[in-house]
Write a protein that binds this ligand. Structure first.
Ligand SMILES: [Zn+2]
Length: 698
């Protein structure tokens, strides 16, 4: 009975949906059948089973626990019918905390705790394989000094300290997590002459002021520590091999590596602590009160300086060396267009058990591999090849995926249709996504065909809560995960999406136990995200022509150039705008409309040749490359996309039109003319590729 109900419900649910672009009418009807049978094949127990297995042990890159995870992922995908390839690299990184000490020296000695408390009825917290809190890529050193509080350690925060006349030279800075990538806190502290840096999570950002703390709730308790990397080079990936893959040292192909002393690594000691321990320092500080916005959630007035009576010792000895990192990639070969790649990924390494980050995404992708494998057995091979990638060494600086992109650069230029990132993609009950312009419609339309659990809503209705606009909020792609090299270095259109919520980010408490108690006790979000990811994959894989939403380029470009112009006008009244670029966008708008309608009518013709389809798809893949510039960005030539980059002053944030954002950050007008011509050239080149397509389709 139940099944029959589902089938009938499923059918009406589906056939009420209009044709998705890239498909002919016939192709779309066939696609809807495939999607329905895909949905029926999802094993709702598989997510929990994989998550449990993946999170048995802590699995930092290069550890025994990680080797086990790598083997497990390969085995599951192989059994599902995918062809497995492992991609090894030797990466220069610290994969153990080494030794460290944080001690209040005066007025009275106290060594601070650097590890989460054991919780008596939570066996995960008792594992001896768990390490203390640490920040990878800390410098080594042993310093004793006075304390200065620097809020979030943002660029602006250090400027504020300067303007208040506070000299941090030779002092130990204490800063709270949040607001930027932690590596920048270290970079700015070091640049301003600090002797060391202590980072802690303030209860105002995650802790008792947000809600119940672990093990009673999902927020940080007074011993919870955020781990994480500090790497801040002017490129992404292995610090010794910018632009090149860090292939194994003992391999046939030799890669030229930088001398570690020329790599852009921090030299001051840095370590993280919990708010329970930070309180012991902060509560003894004696200087002037902080600006109001710097006040955190501990129950006293925060001060900027500790004064001479309070001294703290910070010692870190951390060894950096070559560590083997291994990506595992499973492939389902396309039946018609095997040289067009739909790539999905999530990293596999974590700081502890990594139940939410990253393993919830890994478990979802393993379930998806199995479902796609069964779908293939049922006679529905994807037309394009599907690659499911599990990246290593992401936590140390998005390294495994970046090395792979650098290794496969030429192939990706020709074959990379899309990259979809699912880092920790089932970490709660909320839903969010960020995306390249051409993929936003894919996200929106697909979410209308997915049911959100715990309600009778579709994912679209749940996601678009306000219901005021046609589209739920979709963010811009920033830094912080494995889409970076795909999107910002080689120009493969990318998206990042999944379920999120409060979690015990990068701490020893992010375990299966925590997941089961607070993230999703009924394990229904995993199959939901798998359904969503699967439908997006199948639409990208099976559409006759690659279903990029081409009209979106001009729409988004217009908005971003307006924003940039307003920002520039706030410091330069005389700036008249990007006149060449405005013209180029207007013209692009017309051309993309024509191309979209041409494609639609072309797909309904009876005598479409396979050669033509292949040729047009090649040209569609080439469109996004219009934004890839050899010269790259002034803040780092590795960032080749002039469309998007991560924010080089904060790390996590997204910079759309990064060429302009950099000038804006410097409050400069000097290179705006140059950028007007670089952007208009790129947009004109995009348009001329579209015009070629229009001609050939005619
Ligand atoms: Zn992650």
């Amino acid at each position: 009975m139940k099944n029959l109900y589902l089938i009938i419900f499923g059918l009406t649910f589906y056939y009420s949906y209009p044709q998705y672009e890239g498909f002919s009418q016939l192709g779309w009807e066939k696609q809807l059948e495939i999607e329905e049978s895909f949905q029926g094949l999802i094993d709702k127990t598989s997510f929990k089973k994989h998550l449990m297995k993946l999170t048995e042990r802590p699995h930092v890159v290069g550890s025994e626990g990680n080797e086990e995870v790598i083997r497990y992922i390969g085995k599951v995908m192989k059994e599902a019918g995918l062809k497995i390839t492992n991609y090894p690299y030797d990466v220069y990184l610290p994969n153990k905390p080494g030794s460290s000490l944080v001690e209040i020296v005066t007025p009275s000695r106290k060594v601070l705790n650097q590890k989460e408390d054991i919780i008596y009825d939570d066996p995960f917290t008792q594992n001896s394989e768990l390490w203390k809190g640490w920040n990878a890529f800390s410098g080594s050193g042993d310093v004793t000094a006075e304390i200065v509080y620097a809020n979030y350690g943002l660029k602006e925060d250090f400027e504020t300290l300067k303007s208040l006349g506070i000299d941090i030279k030779g002092k130990i800075v204490i800063a709270r997590y949040g607001g930027n990538f932690r590596g920048y806190k270290a970079k700015f502290a070091e640049a301003n002459g600090a002797a060391g840096l202590i980072i802690y999570t303030d209860p105002k950002d995650s802790g008792f002021t947000k809600g119940l703390v672990y093990p009673d709730g999902p927020y940080y308790n007074s011993s919870t520590i955020q781990r994480g990397s500090l790497l801040t080079t002017s490129f992404t990936g292995d610090p010794l091999t910018p632009f090149e893959p860090a292939l194994p040292l003992d391999g046939k192909k030799k890669i030229k590596r930088l001398d570690p002393k020329d790599a852009q690594l921090h030299t001051i000691p840095v370590t993280p602590i919990s708010y329970g321990e930070a309180e012991k320092i902060l509560s003894q500080m004696k200087g002037q009160p902080v600006p109001q916005s710097w006040q955190g959630g501990l129950p006293f007035t925060y001060r900027i300086e500790g004064g001479s009576s309070l001294s703290v010792r910070l010692k870190v000895e951390q060894k950096i060396d070559f560590v083997r990192a291994t990506n595992v990639i499973g492939m389902l070969k396309g039946s018609e267009n095997p040289n067009e790649w739909i790539i999905l990924g999530c990293h596999l390494d974590s700081w502890g058990y990594g139940a939410t980050d990253p393993s919830s995404g890994t478990a979802m992708l393993l379930g998806l591999s199995e479902t796609l494998g069964k779908l293939k057995e049922n006679g529905h091979s994807p037309k394009r090849s599907i690659l499911i990638a599990h990246w290593d060494a992401e936590e140390h600086g998005v390294i495994g995926s970046t090395e792979w992109v650098e290794q496969m650069r030429d192939e990706l230029n020709a074959k990379g249709v899309v990259y979809m990132n699912f880092d920790g993609a089932v970490s709660g009950k909320g839903f969010g996504a960020s995306s390249a312009p051409t993929l936003k419609k894919l996200l929106v339309e697909t979410s209308k065909n997915v049911k959100y659990p715990y309600t009778d809503q579709t994912l679209f209705e749940f996601w678009n809560k306000n219901g005021q606009s046609e589209e739920p909020p979709i963010g811009n792609l920033g830094g912080g995960s494995d889409h970076i090299a795909f999107y910002m270095h080689v120009g493969v259109p990318s998206l990042n999406g999944g379920a999120g919520g409060p979690n015990l980010y990068h701490s020893n408490y992010d375990s299966f136990r925590f997941y089961e108690k607070f993230v999703d006790p009924e394990f229904q979000m995993g199959p939901m995200v798998e359904h969503m990811a699967g439908l997006m994959t199948l639409r990208m894989a099976n559409a006759e022509l690659i279903p990029y939403n081409l009209n979106r380029y001009s729409q988004d470009l217009k908005m971003h150039f307006e924003n940039a112009t307003n920002k520039i006008n706030s410091y330069d009244n005389n700036f008249e705008g990007f006149l060449d670029t405005d013209d180029a966008i207007k013209s692009l708008e017309e051309t993309s409309k024509i191309l979209t309608s041409k494609i639609k009518s072309y797909l309904e013709e009876d005598d479409i040749s396979k050669e033509n389809i292949k040729k047009f798809n090649e040209q569609l893949i080439a469109l996004e490359k219009s934004f890839i510039s050899d010269k790259g960005m002034y803040f780092g030539a590795w960032y080749k996309s002039i469309y998007a980059s991560s924010d080089p002053f904060s790390g996590y944030g997204a910079w759309i039109l990064p060429g302009l954002e950099y000038e804006i950050a410097l409050k400069s007008s000097e290179r705006l003319k140059e950028w007007d011509s670089r952007y208009s050239d790129a947009i004109n080149s995009l348009e001329s590729k579209m015009k070629n397509l229009i001609q050939e389709i005619n």
